[in-house]
Design a protein around this ligand. Structure first.
Ligand code: SF4
Length: 258
């Protein structure tokens, strides 16, 4: 097993644990990773091990390749449940992300009007008005908030530039409920330090914050594939179920992927 670098701009379709038959849209280069985070659990590996030489795909290239794939799928199947912006890094980092969202919604309406459009984002560019506006138009606006501890974020998510978790939380609130919070729970160690965020020390303040953001859903998950750091461990079913139950008690709809 090894970490994964996805084809670009389109990959799959794959069967996603969380999203069904999912056609992947990867706005990052095909030969490496570009992300404003450098998570120690990233399935694409550490940023420094996968510096790309190729550019990001252009808006025109994404449109053409996506349309050709959709034409083919409308004849040969399978029918996608969802178009998922994910892949080798942070999709909203693409300079034409807002325009590409408009193109995708247009092509979705033309070929598979019942399919959803999802974006998996680490939330670092949601303060940009055009990114915010684009994310507000899609069906599943899935935004990462792994914890509210700045120290934990520095150790595990490892933001590349300025990152203030309180600013991010303020921006998440502006979606007015039109978002899904996505949170990774795991255990194990990184460079000898515990990265266990399943205990009350991390879970309870995170739940208080999630309540104040009031998302329409929370998706919690744990490690599924090989990670660049070798000392990370999956959270157990019981630990994830306990967190879902704590959220349910607060009236927050949550799902877990094991
Ligand atoms: S935000 Fe996502 S793509 Fe970026 S480093 Fe973390 S897991 Fe990888």
């Amino acid at each position: 097993m090894s970490t994964v670098i996805y084809p670009s701009p389109i990959f799959g379709p794959i069967h996603s644990r969380r999203l069904g038959v999912s056609l992947g849209i990867n706005l990052l280069p095909s030969d490496g990773k570009v992300c404003s985070f450098d998570c120690i659990y990233c399935e694409c590996g550490f940023n420094s091990d996968h510096r790309p030489k190729k550019p990001m795909p252009t808006r025109e290239e994404v449109y053409e390749v996506l349309e050709n794939r959709l034409k083919d799928m409308s004849v040969n199947g399978p029918k996608p449940d969802v178009f998922t912006f994910a892949g080798n890094g942070e999709p909203t980092a693409h300079p034409h992300f807002p325009e590409i969202i408009n193109d995708t919604l247009e092509l979705r309406d033309k070929y598979f009007p019942n399919a959803k459009v999802s974006v998996l984002s680490n939330s670092t560019f949601i303060h940009r008005p055009k990114v915010f506006e684009a994310l507000n138009k899609i069906d599943n606006n899935i935004l990462k908030l792994d914890t509210v501890s700045a120290e934990y974020i520095d150790m595990v998510d490892r933001p590349a530039g300025h990152y203030d978790v309180n600013e991010i939380i303020s921006h998440l609130k502006v979606f007015n409920g039109n978002l899904i919070i996505q949170t990774m729970f795991m255990k194990g160690t990184y460079q000898g330090k515990s990265v266990d965020n399943t205990s009350d020390e991390y879970v309870l303040p995170w739940i208080e914050t999630v309540k104040s953001i009031a998302p329409r859903q929370v998706m919690i998950y744990t490690i599924d594939r090989e990670t660049p750091d070798q000392d990370l461990l999956k959270a157990s079913h019981e630990e994830l179920d306990r967190i879902v139950e704590l959220l349910a008690r607060e009236g927050i709809y949550a799902t877990a992927s094991y």
